[in-house]
Design a protein around this ligand. Structure first.
Ligand code: MLT
Length: 423
């Protein structure tokens, strides 16, 4: 028998169907609410609003579960390559060896960025933030791949996956005033990114396999996270049938905020500020507990994970392995360890569930890998790209309607225009 929720409004009673997901998640379907009652719902920040039915990522915030298309994040981070996970997210199944070879080959052949596009990079100021450059360049692709050049959605998906590391590393090179490195298509996805990022004209760049494998893991951990702010932005922009590039560019902008992807950069900036102040972590822990101090611990707690962030567990282990294997000694990382210990043992943080989240450890590991701080959020964007693409595609394939929320108006009631001289 179908399940219903009953709503009574004055003397009116209506039945609202209950939807059950494959993991037994429940939702009340209010699609007919306004037509039948004249009422809408208000849910600031959409904390209780399911914007869509999706088959891509399952997340249980209470139990700390994250799965892509049914596969656990732990297993994927341990065994898969980033492009394999990208394929899984976008096409729904893990690729066979043949499918993977064809997919990877396609990506390798599209890494180059049009020379006319490269000229746009020259217009940005030297100190431009790479996230601003990245979103502008991804949006510019909608101008380059239009009309006859547009091609199919599938081709644009490949183009975007292939060119993202090129555009991302070039945005960084420009921020340094350095010449760009061109892609080397004999290298795998992560290694190619690293050479475009770090190779210098004076010597041959050798990819460190520890760094490349840590990067692979980090990208997988960030690849999708169901309907977060940037993904919802991608789906909403795409719902107007804006191009893939325009939608992803909007997602990059949403990700840039310090409350979303920008948090990993803020973590390291906070740690550096603590170091500059003398490195007294106890002082900053006390300040974090004092509401009037104006200090906020960045990288602790999460909007949807109530007990722990499963990605943080994996990344923490990887972070310590990388630090040990690269022999990194860094006072900023020592401060991070002390803050982590305090947050995991101090009842104030434990009760408030302010455990270190994925942004805390990703900041640490990126720093250990030699990735500059202003590139941290760009790294998140490269990782999140397959998730955005998969969600954009799902939204279009399912022919979802244009997103158009309502509001409750709380402004002025009708009044007469007053001529300026009488105001
Ligand atoms: C993410 O991975 O997108 C972030 O953890 C933010 C979120 O899920 O709300």
């Amino acid at each position: 028998m179908s399940e219903f929720a009953e709503l009574s409004l004055g003397d009116k009673r209506i039945q609202l169907p209950v939807i059950t997901g494959t993991e037994n998640e429940k939702a009340i379907d209010i699609a007919k609410l306004r037509d039948e009652t004249g009422y809408i719902t208000i849910d600031s920040g959409y904390k209780n609003t399911g914007a869509t039915k999706s088959g891509i990522t399952f997340l249980d915030g209470e139990l700390g579960i994250l799965r892509y298309r049914g596969y656990s994040i732990e297993e994927l981070a341990d065994k898969a390559s980033f492009l394999e996970v990208a394929y899984l997210l976008i096409y729904g199944e893990l690729p066979t060896a043949e499918q993977y070879a064809a997919f990877e080959k396609e990506i390798r052949t599209h890494t180059i960025v049009n020379e006319d596009m490269r000229k746009i990079f020259d217009g940005f100021p030297v100190n431009a933030h790479p996230m601003g450059v990245l979103s502008a360049m991804v949006c510019a692709m909608s101008a380059f791949y239009t009309g006859e050049k547009a091609g199919s959605d599938e081709l644009n998906i490949i183009r975007l996956l292939a060119k993202m590391p090129t555009v991302a590393t070039w945005s960084y090179k420009k921020s340094q005033g350095h010449p760009v490195n061109y892609p080397k298509n004999s290298l795998d996805y992560c290694s190619n990114f690293l050479q475009m990022m770090f190779a210098l004209p004076v010597e041959e760049y050798k990819v460190n396999p520890v760094v490349s494998s840590a990067l692979n893991k980090l990208l997988i951990l960030h690849a999708d996270h169901e309907q977060n702010c940037s993904t919802s932005t991608v789906r909403l922009v795409g719902s107007s049938h804006a191009s893939l590039y325009a939608s992803i560019s909007a997602g990059i902008n949403a990700l840039s905020g310090p409350l979303h992807g920008g948090a990993n950069q803020e973590v390291i900036e906070m740690l550096e500020a603590i170091k500059a102040d003398g490195g007294d972590t106890d002082k900053f822990i006390a300040m974090a507990k004092d509401k009037n101090s104006g200090f906020r611990l960045m990288g602790f707690g999460h909007r949807v994970y109530k007990n722990f962030d499963p990605r943080a567990k994996i990344i923490k282990k990887a972070a310590y392995e990388v630090l040990a294997s690269l022999g990194v000694q860094d006072p900023v990382l020592d401060i991070a360890k002390k803050l982590e210990e305090a947050a995991l043992s101090d009842p104030y943080f434990v009760q408030r569930r302010l455990y270190p989240n994925v942004d805390f450890y990703s900041g640490i590991i990126y720093r250990a890998l030699g990735i500059p701080t202003n590139m941290f959020t760009v790294m998140f964007a490269i990782g999140r790209l397959p998730g955005w693409i998969a969600q954009w595609k799902e939204m279009r394939v399912n022919k979802e309607p244009i997103g158009r929320p309502r509001q409750v108006y709380v402004g002025a009631t009708p009044r007469d225009y007053v001529p300026m001289e009488q105001r």
